[in-house]
Every structure is written in structure tokens, then in C-alpha cells.
Design a protein around this ligand. Sequence first.
Ligand code: ZN
Length: 262
Amino acid sequence: MINKRIGIKNLAEIIASEYQEKITPLDKIVEDEGLRVFYDSYGKNTFDGMTLYENGRFSIHINTDLGNSHDSAKGRFTLGHELGHYYIDSHRIGLKKGLLKPHPSRTNRQQFNKIEREADFFASCLLMPETRFSKDVYKKPFDIGLIDFLKEEYKVSRTAAAFRFADIGNHSIMIIYGEAGKIKWYNCSEDFPYKYLLHEKNVAPNSVMGEFFKDITDDIFKTEEIWAVDIFKYVKDDDINKKFFEHCITFRNRALSIVWGE
Ligand SMILES: [Zn+2]
């Protein structure tokens, strides 16, 4: 499992490093591979992307109805994900032999399916290769400004930049995503001191996100201090006075928080 991750990372990074551009030129990759990519409107309740193997050729379909335009951060991640299905041996062979059914991929969410997780990880490494990313994390002191700098630098979404940062950044963080007052998923750096949320279902009331959901008015974009005991499970007695920072960004009834310590 670990080896497979390393294999995927190396594969994606070798492909990215074949091009000089910092913003991985997906168009060129597609062209060099002779792949056909179709951007079209496939409806709102369908998929972000889908890779098909027909008559001896691969084609990738990208759904513009879900914000996956050719040049958008989301569209780029979706194409990166579909390229994962093409480049990762087990996916490609599966698609060719019909063992892996063409499936509707949905990106920008926590993936529970192994194949989808692998394709997302491939996209993440392809768009934000470690060799480049790990230097850029030192260009600014850590706060939300650094995540936003990385997001622009690699033309990815804030969530994608935060995920990569949680994985290989220089400061451990937790990312929490909520919708309508409920926790949808959370994820943290390997060395983040707490692994579990105190409130796994409903957003912790004494958090920035919790305050937002109590009375949704205007969207927020702010950093505040929060108590570890208010949001994490298994806080030791000695750490009862420990504080963290939470930066919460909202859009209608959706919210993303990034949490970090000193
Ligand atoms: Zn997929």
C-alpha cells in the first residue's frame, strides 16, 4: 500500500518534471499522449470526469456543468484525476480489459474508494510535485496566506493546496469540511497532535465554523483562536490550556476550516 503510493507519486512527478512550466501544462501532456479530451455539459447530477477505453483508444470526458472548465482549478484537478486512471498501470489495464468499469469520478471531496483515492493522489502529485512544492512552503510564514499563495502558484483549489500541504508541508495542520452544520470529512498531517474530533457528526459549537453555522448570515473568511478541548478528542489534562488557530472560509452552507498550532 505504502509502496503503491510512492510509485504513484514518482510516476506523477516524473511526468510533471518533463515540462519546464511550473503550472503543469495538462494540455501538452494530453497532446503528447495523443489522448482525446472532451469538455461538455453532462448534467449536474452526473460526474466531474470520466475516462473511457473504446475501439483501442482512451478518451476523457470532463463535465463543464460542475465548474470543470478547461482553465479552472477544479477542471485541472479533475483532468489530473482522469490522467491518473490513464497513467496508473493497474487502472489503465483494468479499463482496457474491462475489469475496471468506466466510472463517474467526483473530485474535491474525501474519497472512500481506493481507486478514486489513488487517482486523486496522482492529480495532487502531478499538479504539485514535491520537488517544487517543498521549496515554496518556505516562501512565507505559515498562515492561510501561505495556502492561498500555493493555490495561486499551482493553479489549484484551496482545498487541494491544503491537502497537499497537510501531506508534505512544513507545519502540521488539520482540514475540516462541513456542510449545513455537519462534518463531512476531516484530514490531518501525520504529525498533527490530535487525530480525532470531539464532535464527529455536528460541527463543534465553540469553533469558528460552529459559530458560523449557528446563524448563517454573511460568508466569513477569518482566523481565530480556539481551545483544543473544544474540538479535539483525547486532550490530556496537561494540555487543558492549549490553544490552536482555526481559519474558516465559508460559501453559503459549506465551510472549510484549517486548524494549526503554534
Ligand atoms: Zn475516478
